[in-house]
Design a protein around this ligand. Structure first.
Ligand code: SF4
Ligand code: SF4
Length: 399
C-alpha cells in the first residue's frame, strides 16, 4: 500500500518514521461520512465536490456500503453522515439507513432537501434516521435559485417544514460568501421561522467549485464584521436555550489556521461514492497519493495501515515553520488540501497562517475582494448540467 516514495519532495524513510510514530496511537474513526453519490439536482457555485465530476461517476453497490458501515462501526465509528452530492438520489438509501440504525450509529442525512417526500420522511423515521440537515443557499428566492442554478427555494421551504412536522431535530445549513452575507438577518429569521434547532452559518471554504469561484465569493471585511455583529446580537437575544448559531470566520481572514478535521486521520473517515477512502473530502486532489479503496481493503487496514491515512499523522512530516512551532499540536499545521491548492505542496504550512512564506498569496486574494465593484465582474462557474443532474423531482407531498 505504501506510496511514500511517490510524494514529491519527501523521502520514503521520512514517511516510514511518520507511520511508525502514528502506530499504536491511532484513535478510532469516530465520524464516518458516506458520500453516497456525487450526482445532484443542484448546481451550486460553491460545491465542494470534485470539479472533474465526469471522471468520478462510479458508485459502490448496496452490499459494499453495508459492509463498510459494519466494519467502521466495529472499529469504533459512532456518528454517520449520509451525504453526497444528493444522497436522496440513491435508491438504496432506506436500506442503508435501516442497516446503520441496527448497527447503533447516530445517523444524519445531509441533504439539499430536493427529492424528499412525506412518504420518504415517514419511512426514514420508521427505519431509525436520527437527524436531518437541510441546506439553503440564501433566505431569498432570487439568490437561492441563482446560486444553485435551479428553482428550488419554494420546494426547500416546504421540505424544511415537513422535516420539522415529522419531529426531526434539524440543522439548517447556509454557505456564506460575498453574494449572501448581507442577508444574514433574513437567514437567521428564516431559520427561526422554520423552528430549527441549529443554524450552521458556514463561511465558504475554498475547495472544489468554490476555489474556482473565489474571485466572486470572497467577502469584504466589512461584510464579515457586520454579519458577526448581527449573529452576536441574535445570540444574546435568543439566550442559551434558543436556536444555536454557529458562525466561523473564514480561514482566509484569520492569521492562524483551524485544526483541520481535528487532525489528519484522527477522527474523520470519508468514503467517496466509488469507495475511495479519504481523511478529508477534498484530499482526492492531492498528488502522489494512492488512497485505498474499500473494494480492495478492509476499513481497519485503511485506517490503521494505509500510507494515505498515516502520511500526515503526528508531526514528523512537518517542515518549517510548523516543525518548531508552539502551535503545532493545536492546529496540526492547518489544512493539507489548502496547503496544496495554494502552495502546490501539501506538506507546507497552511498558507492562511501568517508564519507561512505563502501567506501573501491569500492576503492578495482577500485584498482584491475589498475593491468596490470591479469593472469586469468575475466569471462564475456553475456546477453545470453536464456535471450534475437536471432537476426533475416530485414536489414534497407526492408519494
Ligand atoms: S451542488 Fe449544491 S446541493 Fe449539490 S452537492 Fe454540491 S453543494 Fe450540495
Ligand atoms: S507555523 Fe504551522 S503549526 Fe505554527 S501556527 Fe502556522 S500552521 Fe500552525
Amino acid at each position: 500500500m505504501s506510496n511514500a516514495s511517490a510524494n514529491p519532495g519527501s523521502a520514503a524513510d521520512f514517511f516510514a518514521k511518520a507511520q511508525l510514530a502514528a502506530r499504536g496511537t491511532t484513535s478510532p474513526p469516530l465520524w464516518l461520512l458516506a458520500e453516497l453519490t456525487y450526482r445532484c439536482p443542484l448546481h451550486c457555485v460553491f460545491c465542494y465536490n470534485p470539479v472533474n465530476y465526469k471522471s468520478n461517476t462510479n458508485e459502490l453497490d448496496t452490499a459494499t456500503w453495508k459492509r463498510v458501515l459494519t466494519e467502521a462501526r466495529q472499529l469504533g465509528a459512532a456518528q454517520l453522515g449520509f451525504s453526497g452530492g444528493e444522497p436522496l438520489l440513491r435508491e438504496d438509501l432506506d436500506e442503508l439507513i435501516g442497516h446503520a440504525h441496527q448497527l447503533g450509529y447516530y445517523t444524519n442525512l445531509i441533504t439539499s432537501g430536493i427529492g424528499l417526500t412525506e412518504a420518504r420522511l415517514e419511512n426514514f423515521k420508521r427505519l431509525g434516521l436520527d437527524h436531518i440537515q437541510v441546506s439553503f443557499q440564501d433566505a431569498t428566492q432570487a439568490v437561492n435559485d441563482a446560486l444553485s442554478d435551479t428553482k428550488t427555494f419554494e420546494k426547500k421551504l416546504r421540505i424544511a417544514k415537513a422535516v420539522k412536522a415529522h419531529g426531526y431535530p434539524m440543522v439548517l445549513n447556509v454557505v456564506l460568501h460575498k453574494l449572501n452575507l448581507d442577508h444574514i438577518e433574513n437567514i437567521i429569521e428564516l431559520a427561526l421561522g422554520l423552528g430549527v434547532e441549529y443554524l450552521e452559518l458556514a463561511n465558504t471554504q475554498y475547495y472544489g467549485w468554490a476555489f474556482q469561484n473565489k474571485a466572486a465569493l470572497i467577502p469584504t471585511r466589512e461584510q464579515l464584521e457586520k454579519a458577526e455583529q448581527v449573529v452576536a446580537q441574535y445570540r444574546e437575544k435568543l439566550g442559551p436555550s434558543g436556536m444555536k448559531l454557529l458562525f466561523v470566520v473564514p480561514d482566509y481572514f484569520e492569521g492562524r489556521p483551524k485544526p483541520c478535521m481535528a487532525g489528519w486521520g484522527k477522527v474523520f473517515l470519508s468514503i467517496s461514492p466509488d469507495g475511495t477512502a479519504l481523511p478529508c473530502q477534498a484530499a482526492r486532489q492531492l498528488p502522489g497519493f494512492e488512497f485505498p479503496n474499500v473494494q480492495t481493503h478492509t476499513i481497519a487496514d485503511i485506517w490503521q495501515k494505509s500510507d494515505g491515512f498515516n502520511r500526515y499523522r503526528g508531526d514528523a512530516w512537518m517542515k518549517e515553520p510548523c516543525r518548531t512551532c508552539e502551535h503545532k499540536e493545536k492546529d496540526f499545521g492547518g489544512c493539507r488540501c489548502q496547503a496544496f491548492l495554494v502552495t502546490g505542496d501539501a506538506s507546507n504550512a497552511d498558507p492562511v497562517c501568517d508564519k507561512s512564506p505563502h501567506h501573501d498569496t491569500v492576503i492578495q486574494w482577500v485584498n482584491a475582494a475589498q475593491q468596490p465593484t470591479p469593472e469586469e465582474k468575475p466569471v462564475i462557474w456553475y456546477r453545470n448540467d453536464q456535471n450534475s443532474l437536471k432537476l426533475s423531482v416530485p414536489p414534497v407531498g407526492a408519494t
